[in-house]
Design a protein around this ligand. Structure first.
Ligand code: ADP
Ligand code: MG
Length: 377
């Protein structure tokens, strides 16, 4: 699921002829001040955190500025935010408009109906989940003709738009439907769609691109989601690596064993801090690479829990021992191993030669790593 930041969604709106305020994305307070001072952003302006979570308005991640200096300060404040766990890296500056009414419009894929739905509500500007069902109109759309004239007129009636505004809504919905189809979206949401000086203007955008169509959209490949820098490196190397907030590193193979290992540690009062799923590999170099990545996450202790199948125990042991020699003395951590399965004896022998004992029992090995990590809190 590729969720686009507001400014990317608005760029698509523009491409499909949907009206949006003019704006600029910045990554520093200096840049914000410069653009506003140069007149590239109209004053007064709105300063908006470009995070994927909603509720920015209420959460202090949308601010207003009346001068270049204010835009600078607001940008600096927002760039420092950790909004619902997401670091703000980009800020959108756009002209502040005088809002008449705030409406809601979206096209979403409804998996239970197996069809797109056109959703409209006169109560925009708040999260749609908080709007009473009776105030929301849903029309299933036949994907072949797309949104028809009748459906567009019904949306206008629901939103109480007449005359020029009804005409503008008609054009906007045609644009939104083209976007939904051509860009392989699963959601195109405009909330709020504002009435400003008798015209419609999309003040926010939420666009989600269908994952299965990602191969048709290389333009989104560089989009970072909420991965940590180490997770980003891991992704490039095709290693399944996830950082959590505890202190024990877990290396296992296969999603099932990896999850079960995390469960056992939690059960015993341990706190997993990072886990790595070696999957099926027969290349010791890949194991070395993965282990070095784990070392960079600075775990207090590491639990290696391997069931040798496609991934043979000796492959893992060889890769691991090579990696241990590359970790600087100051970064070393206790390692508890449990390796079972294919080529178990060879693997255990390789580890023993490097000073690591394999504990065959799951509970005993998990207890040993929790103790090595400083015991239960
Ligand atoms: P979120 O959905 O994350 O809260 P929005 O982009 O919807 O963020 O902005 C929240 C509120 O801020 C909007 O409902 C609107 O009232 C106000 N707002 C957003 N953009 C503008 C703008 N360009 N001019 C004036 N008000 C705006
Ligand atoms: Mg919004």
């Amino acid at each position: 699921m590729v969720k686009l930041a507001e400014w990317r969604g608005k760029a698509l709106f523009r491409k499909y002829g949907m009206p949006v305020p003019s704006g600029q994305v910045v990554r520093s307070a200096d840049e914000a001040e410069r653009l506003v001072a140069a007149g590239s952003v109209p004053l007064p302006c709105v300063v908006k955190a470009q995070v994927l979570a909603g509720g920015r308005g209420k959460g202090g991640a949308v601010r207003f500025a009346g001068s270049a200096a204010e835009a600078r300060d607001a940008t600096a404040a927002i760039l420092g935010l950790d909004f619902k766990g997401e670091k703000v890296r980009e800020v959108l500056l756009e002209g502040k408009v005088a809002i008449g009414r705030e409406l809601y419009v979206s096209i979403a894929l409804d998996r239970s109906l197996r069809a797109p739905v056109l959703i409209a509500s006169g109560q925009g500007g708040v999260e749609i989940e908080t709007v009473a069902d009776g105030a929301i109109d849903r029309q299933p759309i036949d994907p072949f003709p797309g949104i028809t004239g009748y459906e567009r007129r019904r949306a206008a009636r629901v939103l109480q738009l007449t005359g020029t505004l009804a005409g503008e809504l008609d054009a906007l919905l045609r644009g939104a439907w083209s976007l939904f189809q051509a860009e392989d979206a699963e959601l195109v949401e405009i909330n709020p769609l504002a009435v400003v000086d008798g015209h419609l203007l999309a003040l926010d955008s939420k666009v989600i691109i269908e994952d299965d169509a990602a191969f048709r959209h290389p333009e989104y490949a560089e989009i970072q989601d909420d991965r940590t820098p180490l997770e980003e490196i891991a992704r490039e190397k095709d290693i399944a690596f996830v950082q959590l907030d505890g202190n024990i590193g877990v290396i296992a193979n296969g999603a099932g064993l990896t999850m079960a290992t995390l469960d056992v540690l939690l059960e015993l009062g341990g706190r997993p801090g990072v886990f790595l799923d070696l999957g099926g590999t027969d290349d010791p170099r890949k194991v070395t690479e993965a282990f070095l990545l784990m070392a960079q996450a600075r775990p207090t202790a590491v639990f290696l829990n391997i069931f040798g199948g496609v991934t043979r125990c000796d492959t893992v042991a060889t890769g691991l021992v090579a990696a241990m020699q590359q970790v600087p003395e100051s970064n070393r951590f206790p390692l508890v191993a449990r390796i079972r399965g294919n080529n178990e004896r060879e693997g255990i022998e390789i580890l023993r030669a490097a000073g690591v004992t394999s504990i065959p029992d799951l509970r005993a090995s998990a207890e040993a790593v929790v103790a090595a990590a400083g015991g239960t809190p």
